[in-house]
Ligand binder design. Structure first.
Ligand SMILES: NC(=O)c1ccc[n+]([C@@H]2O[C@H](COP(=O)([O-])OP(=O)(O)OC[C@H]3O[C@@H](n4cnc5c(N)ncnc54)[C@H](O)[C@@H]3O)[C@@H](O)[C@H]2O)c1
Length: 275
């Protein structure tokens, strides 16, 4: 089950903003544990170095390639894909995980922040697909095996704002990401390529302590964390492994008949809010 032996996965945002497990870091490590060759990409060399240490400790360094790249810049993304192919020969799985939120509505949010939200959450996935899809299509033509793409969305794009605040750019770009995924999936549905989106709810990743505490002005990180746990019908936030397991499933051969859709991983939040 969920065997990735011999497969090559490219995971973007494969570090995390702080110590601990971010969604991309957990996904990269899980896919390596399941046998994949993994190319991990991140803007921050230090974040990536931490993932490299884990891969080394797990004896997977010969199946790991760490590349620093700004996923909003097309030439850099192209170079990453080229380096991944030079090292591992193909790309079977692309995980478009780079993203993050900034608070604000159309009036309070500066145009530059809005634009950056679209670039960070949407253009990164567009560029990943732009440079990986031709590779997967060529693989399909020559070997009959295309690939799987998994985007990381957010429930912030569905029915409510995480933490009770408005993040219009995040909501719009993550909603756009799901639509982008569906549209791309149908464009490539006869070419052996599946595209889906994992939609996490409130997850306890290092982002909570490192970014949200500052953005929300919460003096007490523990109070913020308790509030986030309490807001989930299950009574607790998920973690990066919950996201990683969903990604691994959608990327696996077991999900061969699943495309152009999304999988919500939120402990019941979305359903409870819309009930
Ligand atoms: N943590 C949550 O509660 C939560 C909830 C819903 C969705 N998500 C989504 O999950 C994804 C990962 O979240 P996380 O909590 O692990 O965040 P994180 O910030 O810990 O990890 C993201 C990584 O992406 C890297 N990165 C940022 N900009 C980049 C760029 N331009 N190019 C390359 N790398 C870049 C960062 O350096 C960081 O290592 C994001 O898309 C986020 O929106 C998170």
């Amino acid at each position: 089950m969920l065997d990735f032996t011999g497969k090559v996965a490219l995971v973007t945002g494969a570090g995390s903003v702080g110590a601990g497990w971010g969604n991309g870091k957990a996904t990269a490590v899980l896919l390596a544990r399941q046998g994949a060759f993994v190319c991990g990409v991140d803007l921050e060399p230090r974040a990536l170095a931490s993932t490299t240490d884990i891969m080394t400790a797990e004896g997977a360094s010969d199946r790991w390639l760490a590349l620093t790249c700004n996923m909003t810049i097309s030439d850099q993304v192209k170079s990453v894909v080229d380096q991944c192919i030079a090292r591992f020969g193909r790309v079977d799985v692309l995980v478009n995980n780079v993203g993050g939120s900034a608070p604000g509505d159309p009036v309070s949010m500066p145009v530059e922040v809005w634009q950056h939200q679209l670039d960070l959450n949407l253009t990164t996935a567009f560029l990943g697909c732009k440079h990986v899809l031709p590779v997967m299509e060529a693989q399909f033509d020559s070997t009959g095996k295309g690939g799987a793409i998994v985007n990381i969305g957010s429930v912030g794009s569905h029915s409510f704002q995480l933490g009770g605040r408005v993040s219009a750019g995040y909501a719009a770009s993550k909603a756009g990401l799901e639509a982008f995924g569906r549209s791309t999936a149908i464009a490539y549905v006869r070419k052996g390529i599946r595209v889906n989106t994992v939609v996490p709810g409130s997850m306890h990743t290092p982002l909570v302590e490192h970014r949200l505490v500052k953005q929300l002005g919460a003096a007490d990180a523990e109070a913020l964390i308790a509030k986030r746990h309490a807001a989930v019908p299950m009574g607790f936030m998920g973690d990066a492994w919950d996201v990683a397991h969903a990604v691994a499933y959608l990327a696996s051969d077991e999900a061969r008949y699943i495309t152009a859709t999304h999988l919500v991983v939120d402990g019941g939040m979305t359903a409870a809010r819309s009930a």
